[in-house]
Write a protein of this length. Structure first.
Length: 361
């Protein structure tokens, strides 16, 4: 039986969701799957400190995060910074290789632990799955066999970073199997149209109350549902808003995300790569409110370029955009753009490509 080693990280929910999607497809193909969070496996307390720092920075000081992201985005594969940052995770990666002897390794988080590893004769196939519609230099190193990109546009941007021996596959970003269903949208709001606020698994959304008030003012015939993820504080806040407006509803962490997206008139989202891919697969028009600097701002810019979303950088722009979203023809055009760019079978493409490469090695 072939073995696949998945290397995600716990900084944000997206990498874990991608790992879950790939794991399920590998298992369907009879492949044994091992998943290792190389940061937590090396030093759990240090990893939690890193995760807390990331969450605090992206929640409370996003401009600082964006500045750091931009400053390092063009550093090449041989940057000393990447070598230094991989020092923390490398022991767990090497230990996993020695313990499990995988045939396939897929990196789901930027990490240079394998960049300068001297392989033995039974070298595994190594793929890197980028989880955003954005390019950052930390994803790239010389030991990679295949890069799996979200779309053709970022493939062109990435070419200066890709080594001559590596191949590039346009796969999309892996998402859960529930997004493969193409049945008719099901309205989950008792046949009343609704706007869905998708805040991500961590439940992060800037100026939430202000955005909800504007949405209710501009589209009073629409209910508002807020997916609060694991953020219980946000859920209690939304329940507080609902005391004065029964058409506002808070949702705790839900699994049937596809059904909620397919039934919505449109979604107001936090533009993580996985959330964007889920909206595309659900043919759900998007409005990005106050995009976070860094990869999320790049994701937002991409989906606006293809016509699947609009971006509101402040309350005034949000108000103007929602007035446009009243038009059913506007929403239909955006839904068509979503359908054209969607790749709901990304996990299947990646797994089958990796298994095919394994056969010809």
């Amino acid at each position: 039986m072939a073995k696949a080693l998945l290397l995600p990280a716990s900084l944000g929910d997206g990498h874990k969701q991608v790992a879950s999607a790939l794991r399920n497809v590998f298992i369907e193909h009879g492949v044994e799957v091992i998943e290792v969070d190389c940061f937590r496996s090396t030093n759990f307390r240090m990893a939690r400190c890193l995760e807390y720092s990331y969450e605090w920075m992206t929640r409370y000081t996003p401009p600082v995060y964006g500045m750091l992201y931009r400053m390092t985005s063009n550093l090449g594969p041989h940057s000393r910074l990447w070598k230094a940052t991989s020092f923390f995770s490398k022991p767990a990666v090497i230990r996993a290789l020695e313990q499990y002897h995988p045939d396939i390794v897929l990196q789901l988080f930027p990490n240079h632990s394998l960049a300068r590893l001297i392989w033995q004769w039974n070298r595994p196939y190594l793929g890197v799955v980028l989880t955003d519609y954005s390019i950052h230099g930390s994803w790239f190193h010389d030991n990679v066999d295949t890069y799996f990109f979200a779309n053709e546009e970022i493939c062109e941007i990435a070419r200066p970073f890709v080594s001559a021996q590596a191949e590039v596959v346009i796969s999309g970003i892996p998402i859960r199997s529930q997004f493969h269903i193409h049945d008719s949208p099901q309205n989950l709001s008792k046949n009343r149209p609704y706007i869905l606020f998708a805040t991500g698994g961590r439940g992060v959304f800037p100026h939430l109350r202000r955005a909800i008030v504007i949405a209710r003012r501009v589209l009073p015939n629409h209910a508002v549902y807020v997916m609060c993820g694991r953020n219980e504080v946000m859920l209690h806040q939304v329940e507080g808003f609902a005391v004065n407006d029964p058409d506002i509803h808070g949702l705790p962490f839900v699994n049937n995300v596809s059904s909620w997206l397919r039934g919505a008139s449109f979604a107001v989202i936090k533009s993580g790569g996985v959330t964007v891919s889920e909206c595309l697969a659900s043919h759900c028009p998007m409005v990005i409110y106050h995009p976070q600097p860094g990869q999320e701002a790049n994701n937002a810019a991409f989906i606006k370029r293809i016509g699947a979303a609009d971006i509101a950088r402040n309350s005034e722009e949000f108000y103007t955009i929602l007035k446009r979203m009243k038009s059913s023809s506007q929403r239909t055009e955006m839904a068509f753009a979503c359908a054209s760019a969607a790749r709901p079978d990304a996990a299947k493409r990646i797994v089958e490509h990796a298994l095919q490469r394994l056969k010809i090695r």
